[in-house]
Design a protein around this ligand. Structure first.
Ligand code: PAN
Ligand code: ZN
Length: 188
């Protein structure tokens, strides 16, 4: 008997292949609540792709003890001064953590604890980011090419988008004089 098998997942030429890959695309029209500059948003084409996510769910959602894997690709772009970014979320089971590993491009990982303290970590190819439990996370592309990163999170974590969709992060990441800076979110 031969117990050697092929790998289940392969990441090659910027594509994740294997069985049961879930592919998701978020366009500007899906992200109306996350950008602050509503006037700039209204001028843009809602069909513009902001990011794609390829994920592998080897066990059912909610399974304790399993892990999920995904790759996110954020396109370069801005809405007003705000960079293209992900929706951002807390995990539904709040204490579940996650790892992000940057593959290519230049980005920022925004992290906000439950008391509303926001900080950001620079993402560069090869950078590895530990996202502690009880921490909302969002990524923004601050460069001129695609930002891609892989993520590893517990299969029972779940995603709570509601809190962020309502209030956002306590700080937003904008471009000022060509540089990304964090400024207080006036929406809060
Ligand atoms: C990531 C994110 C992915 C897209 O896989 O889900 O980057 O961001 P949003 O889910 O906020 O739209 C992750 O953090 N999973 O837990
Ligand atoms: Zn997450």
């Amino acid at each position: 008997m031969n117990n050697i098998t092929k790998p289940n997942l392969i990441f090659k030429d910027d594509l994740l292949t294997g069985e049961n890959i879930d592919r998701l695309t978020r366009k500007l029209k899906d992200l109306g609540d996350i950008f602050n500059d509503k006037a700039a948003f209204a001028q843009m084409d809602g069909e513009t792709v902001v990011y794609d996510v390829e994920s592998s769910f080897p066990v059912a959602h909610g399974t304790e003890g399993g892990l999920f894997y995904g790759i996110t690709y954020i396109h370069p772009g801005k809405v007003g001064q705000e960079y293209f970014m992900t929706k951002g979320h807390f995990h539904e089971i709040r204490n579940r953590g996650e790892y992000y590993c940057t593959l290519e491009g230049e980005g920022m990982l925004l992290l906000m604890d439950e008391n509303g303290n926001t900080r950001a970590e620079k993402m560069i190819p090869g950078s590895i980011h530990y996202i502690p439990g009880n921490t909302a996370h969002r990524t923004a592309n601050v460069g001129e090419q695609i930002l891609s990163f892989s993520a590893f999170w517990p299969s029972d974590a779940g995603h709570d988008y509601g809190t962020i969709s309502e209030k956002g992060f306590s700080e937003i990441l904008i471009e000022q004089e060509g540089q990304p800076v964090l400024v207080p979110n006036i929406k809060q």
